[in-house]
Design a protein around this ligand. Structure first.
Ligand code: GN1
Ligand code: MG
Length: 350
């Protein structure tokens, strides 16, 4: 199969080395190394179970790429390569959609954030990306996953899972279900934000883990990558998912919950980095909502993991029995720790 795809891009299967790359849950990624060392590439299979119209991703990336090239030519933007036939994706029947991008030399990604400086740089890059696209007509972008970060809908899907999901699993996690339902005020706060015109719909990334930022050799941010979920959204999505994935020293996979912690220096780095990247674009109300952003995204991820557990792991899959239950409990602990520090964290300003 890879042979066929590479051929579309004029690459000879026998003249490259192929290695699996990265750690995403949704798409498959490979690094393609030319044996003559002239160039390397990143090949990705787009999960079309999740992204129902991969053409929308390509269209969004093209629009944004063209806009940035015209208005901010110095911004480093990684474009997908074209096939010999001039397409920016390859469709293989039964396998889905594939795309190829150049591997950027002298750049690296970071899987686990090592210090607040990296968190600052990453946050700044996500802010900068949205800032540079402030005047881009956001309604031209397609929602590649409709309602992706709509907490209102995610909460409803969680309630639906409680109606239609696996009854044994539902009764076994009654405690977590009750706790999550008790936090419904977070959804109400989110609903109020959607009604408030001070929160602009912006071009946001929606998958702001640190591994989606390219760094140069001096650990300075270069640009953001993995643009599948770039679509109209609120700044809270990007800031919130950075907090979710950066403030604790351990990830959503950690089973020893005593290791979950809110590191204030990382939290501050995110607020400051993002604010700097946005260069004054954030309204007062937005500036007051960094803490809420973290809560929205952590809460949403807890709901999504628990709903998936209850729905027998149809979305995220499970590497062991109860995997998504464990992930949900991890995110619940993270949210509890966030809420405990509310007054300190709310006082942090960019
Ligand atoms: C998925 O595949 P990955 O890791 O980039 C998910 C995110 C979740 C994340 C949790 C399209 O992202 O929303 O936060 O898993 N992406 C999609 O690990 O559902
Ligand atoms: Mg992703």
């Amino acid at each position: 199969m890879l042979k066929e795809i590479l051929k579309e891009y004029g690459l000879d299967f026998n003249a490259v080395g192929i290695e699996p790359f990265g750690s995403g849950l949704i798409n498959n990624t490979w690094k393609i190394n030319r044996l003559d060392k002239v160039q390397a590439y990143i090949l990705q299979r787009i999960n079309d179970n999740v992204f129902k119209s991969p053409g929308d991703i390509a269209s969004n990336v093209r629009l944004i790429g063209d806009y940035l090239a015209a208005h901010h030519p110095h911004y480093f933007f990684v474009r997908n390569l074209f096939t010999a036939g001039g397409d920016d994706m390859v469709y293989i029947k039964g396998q889905g959609y594939f795309r190829l991008a150049p591997f950027v030399p002298d750049s690296h990604t970071v899987d686990v954030v090592q210090n607040p400086g990296q968190a600052f740089e990453a946050a700044k890059q996500f802010g900068r990306f949205t800032f540079l696209l402030s005047d881009f007509p956001v309604q031209q972008l397609k929602a590649t996953i409709p309602d992706f970060h709509n907490l209102t809908l995610r909460y409803r899907q969680f309630l639906d899972a409680l109606q239609a999901g696996n009854p044994e699993r539902i009764s076994a996690c009654a405690g977590e279900i009750t706790w999550l339902k008790d936090q419904e005020y977070i959804v109400q706060r989110f609903d109020a934000m959607k009604q408030n015109p001070a929160f602009r719909l912006r071009v946001t990334h929606h998958d702001t883990k640190i591994s989606n930022v390219l760094f140069d050799n001096n650990d300075k941010g270069l640009c953001v990558i993995d643009l599948d979920t770039v679509m109209p959204g609120y700044f809270t999505s990007d800031v919130g998912d950075m907090m979710r994935t950066c403030v604790s020293p351990v990830s959503e996979e950690e089973k020893d919950f005593s290791k979950i912690m809110i590191r204030e220096d990382y939290y501050k780095a995110i607020v400051k980095g993002y604010t700097e990247g946005m260069q004054g674009e954030l309204s007062e109300d937005e500036q007051d909502s960094f803490f809420d952003a973290g809560c929205y995204l952590i809460y949403m991820q807890a709901l999504r993991f628990l709903a998936d557990h209850i729905n027998n792991d149809i979305y995220y899959g499970a590497k062991y029995e109860g995997h998504n239950y464990m992930r949900a409990c991890n995110q619940i602990v993270l949210l509890k720790k966030m809420l405990e520090k509310e007054s300190v964290l709310r006082a942090v300003r960019g």
